[in-house]
Design a binder for this molecule. Structure first.
Ligand code: F6P
Length: 426
């Protein structure tokens, strides 16, 4: 019997993706192979549920249900955006840390896996450092996840390939519609995609282009400050030539002064980021107002991050592999790392997993390099295309029932609570 033995806890955090559940499946399936892991628990709604001692017993789930997680979108365990904020809420943060370790100790949690983006990796990093400080035997490994693809050190993030694939396909379909309606009066469509401060998702729609005149005709990235004059000139030039113009905008598009084009400054999320919404609508009004061209806006919104029906096969495989790699790393005695994807070749595409100290990842955002974007700033170039194309390859086989997808449904059998209520700062 190994010396370091205990229970495992996995949780999901931040905005969901089409494949984040595949990472949980990877964790659960790999855990069964290691003698050092006894019980396998899931934390409901990320760190927030763990603070409330809301744990479920994943060993009670059918094996087939765990396998079905690989084609089930969003966060089957529930997710949250909750920050343990020592700067702004030191009292609550201290209580939270104590409470987390009370929960870990009460349930003999020795292995903790947190699947999430930048802010969630920061939470994992804090927990790992705190465990070391307190001398508590806990192994913490981050599992990468975000459609935004903005985590540093990893070649790309699970979730991105699937969202990029869906978005590119949707741009192709919208082009079929808009071009078929185009007359000499001209018509435009502005499509808004997510990706708070990085343009990876917007850039990914370039894959929709099969020929030079294909949509998208303009891609507005948060990396390139918006220039109204050159944008309108490019729209007019495209409409004059093709009778229609399809524009893709990343929700985090910036004005020349650095402020977000569509930020609602009065609303912030739990991590303090401004709530972004409405870039496409504003641009559509601008185009109609200045060029008098009929313009519609389309927001791909949540649809792009949960489109399991059109997920990327390679993305789902990599997401599961990241979960499994996290368990292997912890079983080998490692802690304080995030699993990363390492590209070993582009043509043919090859990859493996590696480990990076979580402290290098937490709160750092990776943006699209300037030399992956055309000189006029309106289109990602071949370097980006070579990087992105392999990530959308392959399909996920989603079983169908009555003509619609059949998703996994967890039993969510609760682990009995051992502690009182979560203390709150006064
Ligand atoms: O998870 C990242 C993300 O998808 C961003 O691209 C987007 O800005 C954000 O989530 C929106 O999340 P929500 O509206 O669910 O808070």
């Amino acid at each position: 019997m190994p010396e370091f033995v205990g229970n495992l806890l996995v949780a999901q955090s931040g905005g969901p993706t089409a494949v984040i559940n595949a990472s949980v499946a990877g964790v659960v399936q790999e855990a069964a192979k290691h003698d050092c892991i006894r019980e396998v628990y899931g934390g409901l709604n990320g760190i927030l549920g763990i603070l409330k001692e809301q744990l479920i017993d994943l060993k009670q789930e059918d094996r087939a249900t765990i396998e079905d997680l690989k084609h089930t979108p969003a966060a089957a365990l529930g997710t949250c955006r909750y920050k343990i904020d020592f700067k702004k809420k030191p009292g609550q943060a201290a209580l939270d840390m104590d409470r987390l370790f009370d929960v870990f100790l009460a349930h003999d949690i020795r292995f903790f896996f947190y699947a999430g983006g930048n802010d969630s990796q920061d939470t994992a990093d804090k927990i790992d450092k705190e465990a070391v400080k307190r001398g508590i035997p806990l192994r913490v490994i981050g599992v990468p996840k975000t459609i935004d693809n903005d985590l540093p050190h990893t070649d790309h993030c699970p979730g991105f390939g699937s969202a990029a694939k869906y978005n590119a396909c949707t741009v192709m379909e919208i082009e079929q519609d808009v071009s078929s309606m185009a007359t000499d009066e001209g018509v435009c469509c502005v499509i808004e995609v997510m990706g708070r401060s990085a343009g990876w998702l917007a850039a990914g729609t370039v894959l929709a282009q099969r020929a030079p005149a294909d949509a998208p005709h303009i891609i507005l990235l948060p990396e390139i400050p918006f220039n109204e004059g050159s944008f309108l000139a490019k729209v007019k030039e495209t409409v004059d030539k093709l009778r229609y113009c399809i524009i893709v905008v990343g929700e985090g598009l910036k004005k020349p002064d650095g402020a977000e084009y569509s930020a609602n400054t009065s609303r912030r999320d739990a991590f303090g980021h401004p709530v972004l919404s409405g870039a496409a609508e504003r641009l559509a009004e601008l185009v109609y107002g200045k060029l008098n061209t009929k313009t519609r806006s389309v927001k791909l919104g949540y649809a792009q991050r949960c489109a399991a029906h059109y997920a990327s096969g390679i993305d789902a495989v990599e997401a599961a592999a990241c979960g499994a790699a996290a368990v292997r790393a912890a079983a080998e005695g490692k802690s304080g790392f995030m699993v990363k994807i390492v590209r070993t070749g582009s043509a043919p595409y090859g990859w493996t997993t590696g480990l990076q100290p979580i402290g290098d990842i937490a709160l750092v955002e990776k943006t699209v390099p300037r030399d992956w974007i055309s000189a006029d700033g309106f289109m990602p170039n071949e370097k980006f295309i070579d990087y992105c194309r392999p990530l959308i390859e392959g399909q996920v086989n989603v079983p169908v029932e009555g003509g619609l997808p059949k998703f996994a449904l967890l039993l969510r059998k609760r682990v009995p609570c051992k502690l009182g209520k979560r203390p709150k700062a006064g």
